[in-house]
Design a protein around this ligand. Sequence first.
Ligand SMILES: Nc1ncnc2[nH]cnc12
Ligand SMILES: [Zn+2]
Length: 337
Amino acid sequence: MVDLEAFVRGLPKAELHLHIEGSLEPELMFALAKRNGIALPYPSVEAVRAAYAFSNLQDFLDIYYAGASVLLTRQDFHDLAMAYFDRAAAEGVRHAEIMFDPQTHTDRGVPFAEVIEGLLSAMAEAQARHGMTSALILSFLRHLSQDAAFATLAMAEPWLDRITAVGLDSSEVGHPPRKFEQVFAAAAAKGLKRVAHAGEEGPPAYVYEALDLLHVDRIDHGNRALEDEDLVARLAAQGMTLTVCPLSNHKLCVVDDLADHPLDRMLALGLAATVNSDDPAYFGGYVADNYLAVARARGLSRDQLAQLARNSFAGSFLPQEVIASHIKDIDAYAAAH
Ligand SMILES: Nc1ncnc2[nH]cnc12
Ligand SMILES: [Zn+2]
């Protein structure tokens, strides 16, 4: 029997909650800053890492947006995404649905085309190099206006056939899903799927709004849904996928201690929970690290880990027959290990 780490790394997985800007490692941040002649407010890679101590979501977001300022050209976005795909492929990720925040870049004068063309070329290379499939989720920044989100959707128009879904991220409290009801309806009318961060720091009411007003296909995080029994029952009955991010939850103080993480409680309640890395360069681990950390902290069984991996494909936007084939691979892997 292989050890737990080897089991987790070999387990076929999909990653459903990954901000590509959050995979910018300090080493690449420095390399891109140099390439683009940008001065960073940190003297070294070690100083950047030392700054990654957060007491809440906003603390993190301030540093995350500052870090993204080194990304200027399509080559930068390509290199960023390739670094993620290479790492993810090496730890058993067969499919990744990655979020990107166009407004973080277009508001600095970086053309939308530079961002998306760099990401799309990396996605094609990941398929060729690793046989890894991927999809793009265009995320609106919720601290900005719905009009700004509409302008972003308009910019994306020439690429809509290569964008799978829209998402909603950034500062949650004070920016409820209802603020984006019309732009999500417009995205749905264009055939896009919908996801939204809800219940990370925001109350259960925001999860209800994501369901009832944004008509989401997945909830990103969803931790605070556990405060409302009726909501839990509804999410379970609907089979709504929750993209849970254990190391992020710990680093952003959504949970005080990983030993108190509710992941296995979610599974026991019948929720379709999955494990994801959110912003791996900032939170200290990629997806396998998240599986491992929560498995150790909560004493999860290999059956539970395999269930989480099945949930990741079942909650993806892949065609049903492709999902079924990945789940067959997980069944065979779990039986053999
Ligand atoms: N965990 C998170 N919550 C909200 N917005 C984000 N943007 C990047 N990571 C995020
Ligand atoms: Zn996130």
